[in-house]
Design a protein around this ligand. Structure first.
Ligand code: UDP
Length: 556
């Protein structure tokens, strides 16, 4: 069956079920964004022309909302608890539905079992049964439930699973044996999936796929209206739960801010002002999403206190014409030194509250400063008050951008099979860089197309993620197999005295003393993340479209 774009979302709202506060929040959001989705669908349809798209049977099992996983989120929806995950799931559902796929949505174990065809009352089914879905979108909680209740089918069909995983899962943590042997075993990891099956909230872990979410897009008239209606001295604090306001040094930097601006908050409270919120702050209480947007439209500044990490609110603020001010983390936060990241299957170092805002958006929209340095902080406030900014939303966070990206995931064949395909390469004048000939015979079905590959030998201690970014490129793990051979080392003019093949998430790599070259033995361990001062890593990079980093320039 061919997939047809949909613009009426009322059937989706029915599919989403009811009852829980979390579902009510998600449905309100979907309803409010209907017109934006419809417009985006029209635009993408025009862009794609008459490409044939197959309708997929898709199960969306939102594990964290099931009672069986504790559902700690739903009761906190109206109390300032996290909403980012619900924003993202609402948008995933909308995107898949608008693309014309056939959806089932489950938020309980019982519904999951009945959709999978597991007989009721049967804990785990030992038989493999045909799976009536082409794809299953779930999260780590859902993955656990499926493993427990699908019996052998789980193993058989696991390549159909996509795991929504906000902060990402790096290959070293994903490979069970390797993680166990080398200290990468965490609460969440070691599922032995293809790392591309994990889908993140921001494009921070290129070993995974980038799912994202959307923020409301303004038309030109709205943008002009907002610009005209800004109160130049109004700041809104990022933090709807009082605990976020318990931050050291707050008196000092909030004191400075309040000299220049009127400070507003949207902190949840029961009957009286939470003690964490100073008296000079005008607290509106937790606002419904549309009213929160209205507040952002009036404000000049949106200021973060360092937590929550990597949420949707800063993008919404910037889209509504605010400047986002956030603290720089020195040393960076990671699973090694911060409670929040502890046990998460990633070694990523986070240098500010919102690295995407810092690195992909930056000034004049985003200012990242040291909050402990009063002079730097005050200078930033003064400079921000003098700057005029336009509302800005990166394309990848618009409805059209998300549809384009998801459409691509659904149609693109999986990553290239392991091995070293024969492809002609061209050595650049600079011996540490090589590129595939533009007219190279592209391996059939390979995605992304191999002509977008640019290979680099990274400096010791540098991860491929960073090495590629330093050249204005992104690391593309699908290209690792092309670099994992003696031929690649030879073409890069790397002098190998010996070559060994081992399991190591940093390979392929070159070690200077001894001139040893190392190849990757286990394709599941190909990893953009990770570094060691012992190795120059061989890094597969590719170009990307500005505003849509998930896609290369010549591929749609
Ligand atoms: N939000 C809201 N009311 C408020 C403040 C925020 O509805 O008073 C919404 C906001 O629009 C955003 C969502 O909360 O889409 C989640 O934002 P945040 O970045 O705080 O991430 P979280 O920590 O909740 O996951």
């Amino acid at each position: 069956v061919q997939a047809v774009f949909r613009s009426n979302l009322s059937h989706l709202l029915e599919l989403m079920g009811s009852g829980k506060e979390s579902l009510i929040f998600m449905k309100k959001r979907t309803k409010r964004l209907t017109a934006q989705w419809a417009l985006a669908a029209q635009r993408l349809a025009r862009k794609l022309g008459d490409i044939r798209r197959d309708q997929k049977q898709i199960l969306v099992h939102i594990g964290f909302l099931t009672e069986e996983s504790g559902d700690v989120f739903s009761p906190r929806v109206l109390k300032g608890g996290p909403l980012g995950e619900m924003v993202q799931w609402a948008d995933i559902l909308a995107a898949l539905y608008v693309l014309g796929h056939s959806l089932r949505v489950t938020v309980s174990l019982k519904e999951l079992q009945s959709n999978l065809g597991v007989p009721p009352g049967r804990g785990s089914c030992p038989l493999t049964m045909p799976l009536p879905f082409d794809l299953i979108y779930t999260d780590y909680h859902g993955l656990q439930q499926m493993k427990q209740h699908m019996g052998l089918s789980f193993k058989k069909y696991r390549c159909r699973i996509r795991v929504i995983d906000t902060f990402g899962t790096e290959p070293a943590y994903n490979h069970e044996e390797y993680a166990t042997l080398h200290g990468y075993r965490t609460n969440w990891g070691y599922w032995n999936l293809n790392p591309k099956q994990f889908m993140t909230m921001f494009p921070h872990t290129p070993d995974n796929s980038f799912m994202g979410f959307v923020s409301e897009e303004l038309n030109e008239t709205e943008k002009q209206l907002i610009k005209g209606g800004k109160a130049s001295n109004m700041a809104v604090v990022y933090g709807k739960e009082a605990s976020i306001w318990k931050v050291s040094g707050k008196e000092k930097f909030l004191g400075i801010l309040s000299k220049y601006m009127e400070v507003h908050g949207t902190v949840y409270y029961e009957s009286q002002r939470p003690p964490e919120v100073p008296a000079f702050v005008k607290n509106h209480g937790l606002l419904p999403q549309p009213e929160f947007q209205q507040l952002l439209r009036k404000a000049k500044l949106f200021i973060g206190f360092g937590f929550p990490y990597e949420g949707p609110a800063p993008l919404e603020a910037i889209a509504n014409g605010c400047v986002f001010l956030q603290s720089r983390f020195s040393p960076p936060h990671s699973s090694l030194n911060h409670e929040f990241f502890r046990g998460k299957p990633t070694s990523r170092e986070v240098f500010s509250q919102h690295p995407y805002a810092e690195n992909f958006i930056g000034k004049p929209h985003v200012w990242t400063v040291d909050y402990n340095n009063s002079e730097e902080f005050e200078a930033a406030i003064k400079a921000i008050m003098r700057t005029q900014v336009d509302p800005y939303l990166p394309y990848e966070y618009t409805c059209e951008g998300m549809l384009e990206r998801i459409h691509d995931f659904c149609t693109a064949p999986g990553p290239a099979p392991p091995g070293t395909p024969q492809s002609p390469f061209v050595v650049a004048p600079n011996a540490t860089h090589l590129e595939w000939a533009q007219n190279a015979s592209v391996a059939p079905g390979a995605w992304p197309p191999t002509h977008s590959l640019r290979a680099w030998l990274a400096a010791p201690g540098r991860a491929c993620t960073e090495a590629c970014l330093a050249h204005g490129l992104v690391c593309e793990p699908a290209f690792f197999p092309f670099l994992n051979g003696r031929d690649a080392f030879r073409k890069l003019q790397v002098p190998c005295d010996s070559t060994e093949s081992e399991m190591n998430h940093l390979y392929p790599a070159f070690a200077q003393p001894g001139q040893e070259c190392y190849l990757q033995k286990e394709p599941l361990l190909f990893s953009c993340a990770g570094s060691s001062t012992k190795y120059h890593r061989l890094c597969p990079c590719r170009d990307f479209r500005k505003g849509q980093v998930a896609l290369c320039q010549g591929c749609l």
